[in-house]
Design a protein around this ligand. Structure first.
Ligand code: ATP
Ligand code: MG
Length: 392
């Protein structure tokens, strides 16, 4: 039983959200065999269609689906008290042996069911207590909280829901272009964007020979990991940025190099977004983390763009980002020591409080539009999640 989160609140969009949630869950379960899915009363019911279904794997897969606020495994019983009690006794035998106290709660969505919720709870609780007389009933803080739900077509018995991935179903929020470096931060930003229902379109800039083929492969690996975590197969656009970087070095004062490069990346990403039908840009920037991420620098980086720039990590400390990166499984790849093009030609004394007019003057001789267009003309589009994994 997958409990839908916020999406139950979304009025007219609700049907569309439910459809996405069902599709996304079905996609995750497909490799695990046949499951029947149905959305009913703000819950997605996932039922195995074969007795030997790997329910641990299925549960783990469902726990990753965005839009699932909480989930629990449940036993189904016919809607009559005998069957409910028998099923509860069998299904909860093992968990009840592991605790000292319990409590039964009942919820009767089907008001035609002859017993009221307190009556159902009392009947099932009594039967469980008789079978496990060593347990105490604790209504304040039970170690095991048993739920009996009388729904429209059947009764369900479960104990112990766990939190799901939360967020909104992937795809309901349209698309955003996410600037993906090989670092720790941007993969987390991609995950956070996807978790809020927005499909990421990944863009990476690289600068052969200043950056190595391994640095680019690392980003492809990150894209694959993110695809797995998000349960989707986002497109990855690889853009060669060597000529852009060399032109910046040639035409612009060194102290503004990184800022001008970042402005060029944003301009390129915005063009990719227009072509991909994406409504925003996403970066892994966090306030004050480095010289190019002060408030003034972020202002300069985003100036002149028309699409909104989302920075989901803006208020997080590095350690908090690291915790998230470990949890989503990108950290170990992110810390592999390959250079990013942002660290090529890094100024010795970067500006931390740049003023836009000074930056515009500094980049005046740099033919950005022309070079960005040329870079995009050579961009390579891939779908790493659908490609064969090469040798490690
Ligand atoms: P990260 O850990 O994500 O690399 P960072 O703290 O190292 O971030 P920067 O290198 O300044 O910060 O980059 C800031 C943001 O710019 C990144 O989070 C990412 O969104 C984007 N970015 C940086 N380098 C690239 C690149 N080579 N390709 C695409 N996007 C990039
Ligand atoms: Mg970086």
């Amino acid at each position: 039983m997958l409990k839908m989160g916020e999406l139950v609140l979304k009025g007219l969009n609700r049907a569309r959200f439910e459809r996405s949630l069902l599709d996304n869950t079905a996609r995750r379960l497909r490799p695990l065999g046949p499951f029947a899915l149905e959305a009913r009363q703000s819950t997605v019911m996932v039922a195995p269609q074969r007795d030997d279904a790997d329910m641990d794997a299925a549960f783990a897969a469902c726990a990753e689906v965005f839009g699932v606020a909480a989930l629990t495994r449940a036993a189904e019983a016919a809607k009559e008290m005998d069957a409910v009690t028998r099923t509860a006794l069998a299904y909860l035998d093992a968990p009840l042996r592991r605790v000292r106290s319990f409590k039964v709660e009942a919820r009767r969505a089907d008001k035609r069911f002859p017993l009221t919720s307190p009556e159902i709870a009392r009947a099932v609780g009594g039967a469980l207590h008789s079978a496990h007389p060593g347990l105490t009933v604790n209504v304040e803080a039970p170690e095991l909280l048993v739920m009996v739900e009388i729904r429209d077509t059947a009764a369900y018995i479960h104990a112990g829901a766990r939190p799901g991935a939360g967020g909104l179903p992937l795809g309901v929020g349209g698309k955003a272009v996410c600037l993906l470096s090989g670092g720790i931060d941007s993969p987390v930003a991609v995950y956070m964007t996807a978790r809020r229902g927005v499909m990421p379109v990944l863009v990476h800039f690289y600068s052969y020979p200043y950056t190595s083929p391994e640095a680019r492969d690392k980003v492809i690996t990150l894209a694959r990991l993110l695809a797995e975590r998000c349960g989707a197969s986002p497109a990855l656009c690889l853009v060669p940025f060597t000529a852009v970087q060399e032109a910046i070095r040639r035409h612009c004062p060194e102290a503004y190099g990184t800022l001008i490069l970042r402005r060029a990346m944003m301009a390129a990403a915005e063009r990719v977004a227009r072509r991909a039908g994406a409504a925003g840009l996403v970066t892994g920037e966090s306030l004050g983390q480095v010289a190019s991420q002060t408030l003034e620098s972020l202002g300069v980086t985003g100036a002149g763009l028309t699409l909104p720039v989302l920075r989901p990590l803006i208020g997080l400390d590095k350690e908090e980002i690291v915790v998230k990166a470990r949890r989503i499984g990108t950290y170990d790849v992110s810390v592999l020591p390959f250079e990013d093009c942002c660290t090529v030609f890094t100024p010795r004394h970067p500006k931390t409080k740049p003023r836009l007019p000074d930056v515009l003057a500094a980049e005046a001789a740099f033919p950005r539009e022309e070079l960005v267009e040329a870079a995009l003309a050579q961009a390579e589009w891939r779908r790493p999640a659908d490609e064969e994994k090469g040798p490690a």
